[in-house]
Design a protein around this ligand. Structure first.
Ligand code: GAP
Length: 516
């Protein structure tokens, strides 16, 4: 575990050092849980969005995109249930004045109990060696059984309190488990109360409640309220989908783990409108399609898993998360929800406008059911970086070994596709040739030109950015118009003619490699 935390720390500092992600407002000591994307970060993030958009919108004739405004009529959030129920249970420590999510404090306590059970299992594994029957041990060893059943019992209490909005019970669990403030060790807690996660602001020309606007906490509602506009203008027939990428805002109480939980983040969401009764079939379809989308990037299957929701939200009749094994454990990366007709129906009721679809095949009107896929772009960014970050030993120029940090990004996602490197910067003929190669490539790919430091160090810099190809211009280039092209992953250098460079890079970085 300590090792994984170490990897995570290195990943965070790598993001800063190499211009992927900076803390927002850093010169003013930062703004908690808000981050800025640097020059390489924005390219990688744009590529993630392109991959999603191409596979969801471009490759599906029956899915179209929109870009709705962040500000929407405040009644939208009343209809969606966010004004009344988009809450987290909050508890303050009276001594440290620190604020926590009550459910997170309890979940952390459960994890500690589970970790004790795991420690017992690990110890037994070492003790018994080959003959160890882990399953049997887990179900018969008294200490392990006691830890696991205690963890289950608390988990059940937590789930029931959350489902029933029972704040007193949450406080009671904190007291029963003698949970202390992780910061100060104090057990002096306030009562648990609900805290609405929406940020709000005020319209310039209307005072008071009337002019209260919310920053959207999800992009989905912009899709629901445009459902009929889009259906009519694109003449889509059910089943069809509407996709959107955009910012969302949540006043998270506990924001931690870097860009995993932010207060301002970006979502990539798709609402798929289907005939009532067919939603569970489509739910299975999107579950599998979305998992394949993740696997196509080369993420090993064992690092991804489905996690069914035990307690369904009142509007859902099925819900699952795709979890990724982050350096801090398996956590939600994407949600797939069968949302019934809850949202459209609520908007129809509150707005008084019909949001029905006329099915020409069945000659009937109905409010469609919706299957949603929703993924955080920033969380996907963290997944991709966690998967790509490697520290490894490679041969150095002196015949020994040197350590390198390399981002083994899928070439289609890499922020820079190719680096052009003149062997020496003080040889004008090499520089001139390198500049002409650079200008030949820049209209096709994002390239970088680098003539500073020894060639080995320049390769390392590109490895750390995940650049798939390095083109070196040397004295042989001047003689026969050939260059070397170095592969980031295999380190193999091949000599190729200048005319071939563009085709070779295109083959390597093409979206087709991902989308086919
Ligand atoms: N429209 C459905 C919806 O918003 P959600 O599970 O609350 O569902 C969907 O959010 C996805 O958005 C999550 O799976 C996660 O990837 C991302 N997400 C949610 N809250 C986030 C936060 N505070 N920071 C970063 N990403 C977040």
């Amino acid at each position: 575990m300590a090792q994984l935390e170490d990897v995570f720390k290195k990943l965070v500092s790598h993001c800063k050092e190499y211009g992927f992600i900076y803390q927002s407002s850093e010169i003013y000591d930062g703004l908690s849980a808000v981050y800025d994307y640097g020059p390489y970060g924005v390219e990688l993030k744009n590529n993630i969005k392109t991959y999603w958009w191409k596979s969801m919108v471009q490759l599906n004739e029956n899915i179209v995109g929109i870009d709705s405004a962040i500000f929407m009529h405040p009644k939208i959030w009343k209809a969606s249930g966010h004004v009344d129920a988009f809450n987290d249970p909050l508890v303050d420590n009276k001594d440290s004045k620190k604020r926590y999510r009550a459910d997170t404090l309890i979940e952390d306590a459960i994890s500690k109990i589970e970790a004790k059970a795991e420690k017992e299992v690990e110890k037994a594994k070492t003790r018994f060696g080959e003959s160890f029957d882990e399953q049997l041990y887990r179900t018969t060893n008294p200490r392990v059984v006691e830890y696991l059943s205690k963890a289950k019992e608390i988990n059940d209490r937590l789930n029931s309190a959350m489902t029933n909005n029972n704040m007193e019970e949450l406080k009671q669990i904190i007291l029963d488990l003698e949970i202390a403030d992780p910061d100060s060790g104090s057990r002096n807690w306030t009562d648990v109360r609900q805290f609405n996660l929406m940020f709000n602001t005020q319209l310039g020309n209307i005072a008071g409640e009337e002019g209260k606007l919310y920053l959207r906490p999800e992009t989905a509602q912009g899709i629901f309220v445009n459902f009929l506009n889009v259906q009519k203008t694109t003449r889509q027939k059910i089943p069809f989908g509407i996709a959107q990428i955009g910012k969302a805002f949540r006043n998270e109480i506990v924001a931690r783990q870097f860009i995993f939980r932010m207060r301002e983040f970006e979502q990539m969401e798709m609402q798929f409108f289907v005939k009532p009764g067919s939603e569970l079939q489509w739910y299975e379809h999107w579950k599998n399609t979305r998992m394949k989308w993740h696997l196509a990037l080369g993420t090993p299957a064992e690092k991804l898993r489905f996690h069914n929701h035990e307690n369904l939200a009142h509007y859902a009749n099925a819900a699952v998360d795709i979890q990724y094994d982050f350096p801090f454990g398996f956590k939600e990366l994407e949600g797939i929800h069968s949302r019934t007709d809850f949202d459209l129906k609520s908007h129809q009721e509150l707005s008084g406008k019909k949001l029905q679809y006329f099915d020409t095949e069945d000659n009937e009107s109905y409010i469609p059911y919706v299957v949603e896929t929703s993924i955080g772009c920033d969380r996907m960014f963290l997944t991709i970086l966690s998967q790509a970050y490697h520290e490894e030993m490679v041969p150095d120029a002196e015949g020994g070994e040197a350590q390198r940090i390399v981002l083994k990004l899928h070439p289609a996602l890499a922020p820079v596709k190719c680096a052009v490197l003149p062997l020496l910067k003080n040889k004008p003929e090499l520089v001139e040739k390198a500049k002409s190669v650079m200008s030949m490539l820049t209209s096709s790919f994002i390239c970088t030109y680098d003539d500073k430091d020894a060639i080995g160090r320049r390769y390392r810099r590109q490895d750390a950015l995940g650049t798939p190809c390095c083109i070196t211009i040397d004295f042989e280039t001047l003689e026969n118009n050939t260059v070397t092209i170095r592969d980031r992953d295999t380190l193999v250098q091949e000599r190729i003619s200048i005319e071939e460079i563009e085709r070779i890079i295109e083959n390597k970085v093409s979206w087709k490699n991902l989308l086919s």
